[in-house]
Design a protein around this ligand. Structure first.
Ligand code: PEP
Ligand code: MG
Length: 745
């Protein structure tokens, strides 16, 4: 069965579209299990019915019904139980004879998406092996079905009118945004191209022909450029490429697909995939390899098709950026004064793209699912970042409400400006320093515009990520100097290079099976003293004549890592001092983000001056939930009782060692979490600039003793959901409801 499963998986991969994939499955299942009929239904949730997507029979049994009510008969039982259902003695539809039936659900995130059902016209007992085979297949299929649903491949004609539909995701940045959707497709990834129906086939063919010409021109230029350097036999490749691009068949096939009403990108995907499949199935090794060439050329044509759509300047005035898998670079491409909101179908609130969106303070929804991204193109949409909802083409009433709330939010932000120069102190006199998280070169300007106590986290890796190679020591020094000077005398905490995990340098790809448990942060820099020393020297020399530099070490797990890092820092200090620069030794701190550090705080406190909790990673490692994985993002909850207890211990131990402790993860920007962080006794919180005054409003409104009493109460609870509700009630009672929902109150 394993070989059969593997072959089916491969065929599904190559199928190109969902219906073909389901047909392949139906055919393969019937052959492998030797049954009379295999049928595959998918659930149309809107109509509450199963829709027949594919079947394969040998005419012994009649053609199955096209649709079945969701609660009807044995299929209904499968969806009710969310488990396989077998029946050995079923009366056939025509009343003659008996049937054996086995149905297994296609399940994703506890929801039944469809059913694979097999039937036999005789008495038959399906073995446990056969049931396991179908269950495995259904699990494999679930991902494909979900993907196709997101891309809008199924039930296209029946897609819910979007006016009334809310696309549900998780809230990553609170706030209300109203704007026009701009869909970003991954560059030149044929697999990610959805089907899309068009009416003007003529102009689409013109668009395709122009892209084809440009792809041809690329190859000719490449051929000319490499003529003198590449051996003759290698140059044959370009002739082969041109032959494919000039092939009348290829062009005709794609144009025919467009004539049927498919847009150029979709037609290209369908035909290229078909050719790739044909070549890949050949036994001749040489011809088999041509599949790769065809795919590469397809991507190249696609690149030219997309180039037109994605030229800068095509972003609407109020852009809501939407994508299957948005990246930080996609965000950075949008002129900042046009970016109003972000919706990504993958990732979580802790993905890099969400962190950047938070830095820009634009309402953001991650891990959204429901209808096709392409369906949203150019539509007017509303984002409710508090509840993780996106409304497309909202009704006049809905739009009116959100317009009012958006206006109120602006008013609130304006009113909060009055707090800018007031101390960040609770009504009962406790000071809580509010610091900034930063990382971009442009963040230097924050020194003037945001009244913060300083920078609590400068993510130095961001400037490394936007370069084509490691930045030179001088480049680094110049950036750090600007920042230190701009904020002086306020402290600037620079974190040493924290790459790995989801932060890759384009010029140093690190491939690992478990990147979040791998070569990250200090583990990388200690293994690369050359790179580490360069950065430490740049930081120290940037601080010449100033006293506000603080250095922070990420991903510390063991005490010896701190010893090694301090030894290198001492060496850098001596080297810079030897140049005659007057350097004040910086305070050094570590991030508490690996649970192991929580059990070594005393030993660590002997070596460093301060602690800062990285709650993004600490939550990920305590809960064993990948901070980036949309499948488990609902389980990533920093209010989980285990995380709160860990934070409580960390603060207690740091204070017992007379060391200050701050928190610089994303929860310092979350109104509900901040009440708890206040009650837990954190000395400082470091957050995104756009949220700072809102957080100051909380600090100036809720007495420390009240927050502390709340923490003592909820620390005994076991349900993060109840804890959140309790804190929300406190915020509401304190007149701070505007921080947890759209509008002012
Ligand atoms: C954290 O882990 O909480 C943190 C602040 O660091 P980063 O998000 O950059 O990993
Ligand atoms: Mg971290």
């Amino acid at each position: 069965m394993l070989t059969v499963l593997r072959n089916i998986a491969q065929e599904i991969d190559l199928a190109g579209d969902l219906v073909s994939a389901l047909r392949i499955v139906a055919r393969s299942v019937r052959a492998a299990m030797r049954v009379h009929l295999c049928r595959i239904y998918l659930v149309d949730h809107k109509r509450q019915q199963y829709v027949l997507m594919a079947f394969d029979n040998n005419d012994v049994l009649p053609v199955p019904s096209q649709s079945v009510a969701l609660d009807d008969g044995l299929l209904g039982l499968v969806s009710e139980r969310v488990a396989p259902v077998a029946h050995l003695n079923l009366t056939a539809l025509d009343g003659k004879g008996k049937l054996a039936f086995l149905g297994v659900p296609i399940v994703y995130h506890r929801q039944v998406l469809g059913v694979i059902a097999v039937e036999e016209a005789d008495h038959r007992i399906f073995s446990e092996d056969e049931e396991a085979f179908l269950v495995t297949l259904a699990a494999q299929l679930a991902g494909t079905v979900v993907h196709a649903k997101d891309m809008g491949f199924i039930f296209r004609a029946e897609v819910t009118p979007l006016e009334a539909t809310c696309l549900q995701g998780i809230s990553a940045v609170a706030g209300v945004a109203i704007g026009q959707a701009k869909v970003v497709y991954p560059p030149a990834d044929l697999d990610a191209i959805p089907d899309r129906l068009i009416t003007n086939t003529k102009s689409e063919i013109k668009r395709f022909s122009a892209a084809l010409d440009l792809a041809r021109l690329d190859i000719v230029h490449l051929q000319q450029r490499l003529e003198s350097t590449l051996p003759k036999e290698e140059q044959v490749l370009f002739s082969a490429y041109l032959q494919i691009l000039n092939s009348a068949d290829l062009k005709a096939d794609i144009c025919a697909e467009i004539e049927k009403g498919q847009w150029a990108e979709g037609a290209l995907r369908r035909i290229i995939k078909k050719h790739v499949m044909q070549f890949a199935a050949m036994t001749d090794h040489y011809l088999k390899e041509r599949a790769e060439d065809i795919l590469a050329l397809g991507q190249r044509i696609l690149y030219h098709l997309q180039e037109k759509r994605d030229q800068p300047g095509t972003y609407p005035e109020k852009t809501i950026l939407v994508g299957e898998k948005l990246t930080a670079a996609d965000l950075a491409d949008v002129p900042i004064d046009r970016l109003c909101g972000v919706v990504s179908y993958s990732g979580s609130g802790n993905s890099h793209v969400a962190i950047l969106a938070r830095a820009f303070n634009v309402p953001t929804i991650m891990s959204a699912a429901g209808f096709a991204v392409a369906e949203l193109e150019d539509k007017r949409v509303v984002i409710d970042g508090y509840h993780g909802c996106l409304y497309s083409e909202p009704s006049a009433k809905l739009l009116q409400s959100y317009t009012l709330w958006a206006k109120e939010e602006k008013e609130l932000d304006k009113q909060l400006q009055a707090l800018a120069h007031l101390p960040s102190q609770t009504p009962d006199g406790r000071d809580v320093g509010l610091l900034l998280n930063a990382g971009l070169e442009s963040d230097v300007a924050l020194a003037l515009t945001v009244a913060a106590t300083g920078v609590g986290l400068f993510r130095t890796e961001l400037s490394f990520m936007s370069k084509p190679q490691f930045p030179t020591e001088t480049e680094q020094k110049n950036l750090y100097r600007q920042l230190l000077q701009a904020f002086a005398p306020r402290p600037v905490t620079m974190r040493t290079l924290d790459i790995g995990g989801d932060k890759a340098l384009p010029y140093l790809p690190i491939r690992e099976d478990n990147p979040f448990l791998g070569w990250r942060g200090i583990r990388f820099t200690l293994d690369h003293p050359d790179i580490f020393l360069m950065q430490l020297r740049a930081m120290l020399s940037a601080s010449a004549g100033l006293t506000n530099l603080q250095i922070m070490l990420p991903m510390i797990t063991s005490v010896d890592e701190v010893d090694d890092a301090l030894a290198l820092l001492q060496r850098a200090y001596e080297e810079v001092s030897a140049q005659g620069l007057k350097i004040t030794k910086p305070k050094v701190g570590i991030m508490l983000e690996v649970p192991a550090t929580l059990y070594q705080i005393e030993a660590l406190a002997e070596r460093v001056d301060f602690f800062s909790v990285g709650s993004n990673d600490l939550t990920q490692y305590i809960l064993a939930v990948d901070r980036n994985n949309a499948r488990v993002c609902a389980r990533f909850d920093p209010l989980h009782p285990a995380v709160l207890r860990a934070l409580h211990d960390a603060v207690g131990k740091a204070h017992a060692c007379h060391k200050p402790i701050s928190l610089c993860g994303e929860i310092a920007s979350d109104a509900v979490a901040v009440v708890l962080l206040l009650g837990l006794g954190f000395d400082q919180l470091s957050m995104n600039p756009g949220i700072l005054l809102r957080i100051k409003w909380i600090i100036r409104t809720i007495p420390y003793e009240q927050a502390k009493a709340l923490v003592q109460r909820v620390l005994l609870w076991n349900d993060a959901g109840l804890i959140r509700l309790e804190v929300e009630a406190m915020l509401d009672n304190a007149g701070l409801g505007g921080l947890i929902r759209a509008g002012k109150e």
